[in-house]
Design a binder for this molecule. Structure first.
Ligand code: ZN
Length: 273
């Protein structure tokens, strides 16, 4: 497969949480959609250790897989600062994520505990100069306050669905905006208004597969990485820019997160050699 002129990455795609059938569909369709890599977020400390299963099922050498390390705010039961630190030293992740705050899980993990775990992961990210993938639901003000305690931190605020004002706050705090399948839904007016205003080289596409759906009414087809061209086309239309200009800018934004080939993390190396 020839290299796409503007290679795309699905910057938030849970390949390790997919069924073998879904993985096979991703492997078959992603390269033709110009998707040359997938960033796989960690949700618990054991995420990514199932990489050999992915390798087995993901028979596509055209798509590179990069694993993050992180504990999601809904999976904090096994979080330990020490173990996280150990894993970070061992795995040398290219990104730390997905980490953050989620109001929906506060009955299991208090807001204060979520904030404590977020801070301890941000400490490592800043010390090692590793970008972060943030998962924030309903707690944006708190999250912005916390990331501002870490000047110089950078990353992506994943699955953004907020207002133009909120997007600007994250941009000012060093975070790019992760735009997913919701932008294709005309009912998501606030998000579409934000997307119309965010410079395209400050946003990155994602699907959060397999947890989101295509905007196809009652069919409920899962959104997989081959949806990225649609997300970019819609972004270009909302911004009244040419498709090529948007594609080029988004691809440039993605390149800022792609690890250097020679510095691949051990997990990636084992998948590509
Ligand atoms: Zn996710």
């Amino acid at each position: 497969m020839p290299e796409a002129p503007f290679p795309l990455a699905d910057t938030h795609c849970h390949l390790d949480l997919m069924t073998p059938e879904t993985l096979a569909a991703v492997a078959a369709k992603a390269p033709a959609a110009g998707v040359s890599s997938c960033f796989v977020p960690g949700v618990s400390l054991s995420s990514g250790s199932s990489s050999s299963r992915i390798l087995e099922n993901f028979k596509s050498s055209a798509v590179k897989i990069f694993f993050m390390l992180g504990v999601h705010p809904g999976y904090l039961q096994d979080f330990s600062e020490k173990d996280f630190q150990k894993q970070a030293e061992l795995r040398r992740p290219f990104m730390i994520g997905e980490i953050g705050l989620d109001r929906r899980f506060e009955d299991r993990f208090s807001g204060a505990y979520q904030e404590q775990c977020l801070r301890s992961q941000l400490v490592i990210a800043r010390e090692s100069d590793i970008p972060v993938s943030l998962h924030i639901v309903g707690r944006h003000e708190r999250a912005l306050g916390i990331i501002r305690e870490f000047p110089g931190i950078r990353g992506i605020v994943h699955g953004f669905s907020g207002s133009p004002e909120l997007a600007r706050e994250y941009l000012r705090s060093g975070f790019l905006i992760g735009i997913g399948p919701l932008v294709l839904n005309p009912a998501c007016r606030k998000l579409r208004k934000a997307v119309a205003e965010i410079p395209p080289d400050l946003m990155v596409p994602e699907t959060d597969a397999p947890f989101m759906f295509r905007n196809d009414g009652i069919l409920k087809t899962p959104a997989l990485p081959d949806l990225l061209p649609d997300i970019i086309r819609e972004t270009a239309a909302l911004q009244k820019r040419s498709h090529e200009e948007t594609l080029k800018a988004v691809s440039r934004a993605i390149a800022g997160f792609l690890p250097e080939e020679e510095e691949k993390s051990p997990a990636v190396r084992s998948l590509t050699t």
